[in-house]
Ligand binder design. Structure first.
Ligand SMILES: Nc1ncnc2c1ncn2[C@@H]1O[C@H](COP(=O)(O)OP(=O)(O)OP(=O)(O)O)[C@@H](O)[C@H]1O
Ligand SMILES: [Mg+2]
Length: 350
């Protein structure tokens, strides 16, 4: 442990204040943001590589890493410019160190370590999933734990009991595909481009969600886990069947029916978790929480529960949520990251 950096972090914790510049490069978004005291976004800059990866039908890790290296200095400078700040105004740096693509993570981790060293300021390593949860602290200034959080993203689907800041218990997880991954795979089978989620949603708007029903996984079982691979395979078989028989079908109906099946599962489990634990505050986070039908279905429980949705720009990857998570991590007494900080692609939440 670097005692001098730890002391600097401890002083910030005691003051209960910090302006944090965060870097996020866990997948295909190069992002930097400056956030004051965990909740006030002073700047939030993002360069999305979607257009680059679209032609390959998904993220190519090596290409993502190379683009992060190229774009990071400009994105960080832009974050400072937009906040009207210089490095002198920053109290601490933060960076996503996992989970994510190892090469992509390493670019951010290396850049943030160099910045922290050059500026002689502490660095806070952040778990990307804590970021997705923390996106709600930015959107809802009065939100405080305890709450039940459904994190639905490209690589994760978890029901998390957030009993305090930085204190988590995972009550349910996917046993196979993540929800976002299922959206992306169904999109591909329907001939839609990457990233699939928003395109499935758009197509589904013209379709009939009641046209096809897909068997609910784990029928009669008592746990809060998810499975999306069965629904995904049922969609693939349905579409392939139409194609083999050269039968006309409405892609929009398939998209709408799949979306309904996925959303029913997600919403059903998170509110069941809240009911079982007696928690009234239910929070959503992650890329799939941008889905309009998921948001609409969750909001139907408003009243019986207090439902919190992240602002659309904080659903998918961004650095503001990483800065927020870093602030609460600091307030909980985290250790300042050393210069040997490494990327942890398979990092768990706990
Ligand atoms: N409107 C939407 N409807 C459904 N899915 C969506 C929507 N918008 C985005 N998604 C999905 O969200 C995912 C991207 O979210 P996010 O950026 O949080 O994931 P990630 O960072 O790749 O994964 P993780 O956070 O698990 O590491 C993609 O799978 C995308 O298809
Ligand atoms: Mg993410």
């Amino acid at each position: 442990m670097n005692i001098r950096m730890q002391n600097k972090l401890n002083l910030l914790r005691k003051a209960g204040k910090a302006t944090i510049l965060a870097i996020e490069t866990s997948c295909d978004e190069t992002a930097a943001a400056i956030v004051r005291d965990g909740r006030v976004v002073l700047s939030n800059v993002l360069y999305s590589q979607i257009e680059i990866h679209k032609q390959y039908g998904g993220v190519v890790p090596e290409i993502a890493s190379r683009n992060h290296v190229e774009k990071l200095p400009y994105i960080v400078q832009d974050a400072l410019n937009k906040a009207g700040m210089t490095f002198a105004d920053i109290d601490a740096f933060a960076v996503t160190s996992g989970p994510g693509l190892v090469g992509a993570l390493l670019t951010g981790v290396s850049y943030a370590k160099a910045l922290a060293y050059a500026q002689d300021k502490p660095l806070i390593a952040v778990n990307h999933m804590e970021g997705h949860i923390s996106a709600n602290y930015i959107t809802h200034p009065s939100l405080e734990p305890p709450f039940m959080c459904l994190v639905v993203s490209g690589g994760h689907t978890n029901i998390i009991h957030v009993s305090d800041y930085c204190t988590y218990e995972v009550l349910g997880s996917t046993r196979d595909d993540a929800a976002g991954e299922a959206f992306d795979k169904v999109a591909r089978v329907l001939g839609l481009t990457y990233p699939g989620g928003p395109n499935v949603q758009r197509l589904a708007e013209q379709g009939d969600p009641g046209k096809y029903t897909f068997t609910k996984p784990f029928k009669g079982e008592d746990h809060l886990d998810f499975s999306f691979s069965g629904i995904k395979t049922a969609v693939i078989n349905l579409v392939r069947g139409f194609e083999v028989r050269k039968q006309e079908y409405e892609k929009a109906d398939v998209a709408a029916s799949f979306q309904k099946a996925a959303v029913d599962l997600l919403v059903g489990n998170v509110f069941e978790a809240a009911r079982r634990t007696g928690i009234r505050d239910v929070v959503l986070g992650g890329g799939v929480s941008a889905n309009a039908v998921l948001r609409e279905q969750a909001l139907k429980h408003q009243g019986e529960y207090r439902v919190y949705l992240p602002d659309l720009k904080y659903c998918t990857d961004n650095a503001a949520m990483i800065a927020s998570a870093a602030f609460y991590s600091m307030m909980k007494g985290c250790t300042a990251a050393d210069l040997d900080l490494n990327a942890t692609p398979g990092m768990e939440l706990l």
